[in-house]
Design a protein around this ligand. Sequence first.
Ligand code: G3P
Ligand code: CA
Length: 353
Amino acid sequence: MPPVELMSALSHPIVIAHRGASGYAPEHTLASYFIAIQQGADYIEPDLVVTRDGVLVARHENEIGGTTDVVGRSEFADRRTTKAIDGVSVTGWFTEDFTLEELKSLRARERIPDLRPGNTRLDGRLEIPTLEEILALVRGVEEQRAVRARGLGLAPPEPIGVYPETKHPSYFAGIGLAMEERLVGTLERYGYRGPDGGAFLQSFETGNLQVLHRLTKLPLVQLIEATGAPYDLVAKEDPRTYADLAARAGLEEIAAYAAGIGPAKSLVIPRDGEGRLTRPTPLIADAHAAGLKVHPWTFRAESGFLPAGVDLEGELREFLAAGIDGFFTDQPDVGVSERDAHLVSGSSERSAK
Ligand code: G3P
Ligand code: CA
């Protein structure tokens, strides 16, 4: 039997800071990412959209009315418009109608102030970051940590991973702002390349992951919603749904271009009619049989997001025991603590055998 340390390393679930430490600061800001890094997240997650001048910036969607102060900015009042985004009519302000310089004049706001009133202390104070600025932040922290470790005669610290998601890739390609080469090019400039390159790239669509598979050896993750179908498949009238992707045959197809899946957590452990967690589905075992990692989303501490009868710690314990390989969370501190407790308890059980 390999040593306990090796077994732990082989089954070490990763903590992915969802939109940064978005439970503690407005999502997709350098403050949110920095807090996540300090809390020990293994990866930070920027969702990416594109500006009019072709720059990748971190926002959950290209409509920015809900997460910036653009609504009150009279100089941009005439940018308000209605568009069809992935087949849905959306009214507001869109990143692709702003240059980077214009977007940089806006300030971020908390998306869910009623649930996270503490985060509003930072409303109006933080910029929308570019992907490049996020990578520079990571590099800066890594350099500082390396200097400190060297000074103390310690081993080099673990690198901080990035886990970018392309948002609305078909839509952006359709308006001449395709994301894939921009993303791979920016990551390569910062040294992210190869299957162990410190980054996972994710998408809810399938076609752009196949494009990325040709452009990079970085591992890719197919996101899977609990319902519906990938928009690129809908657009070309391909009848396959997310449920088809999550079935064994679908997982085999995903394994041809991706290293993992990112399923909605209800696909891993569903809830009963009273909102309590039930038994794990076969998804983890099926994905592992296809050679795929499983990184479900999204684990959040506020009660409205939790299963009945457990707190975030309890929910994470159930999912870790089910065998997930990592998870997206808005509270990376809780995630790290529960992941580490899981590793320690696994080590003790193995030592006792
Ligand atoms: O990317 C994994 C998870 O973040 C998907 O959900 O909507 O928060 O991007 P969303
Ligand atoms: Ca995401």
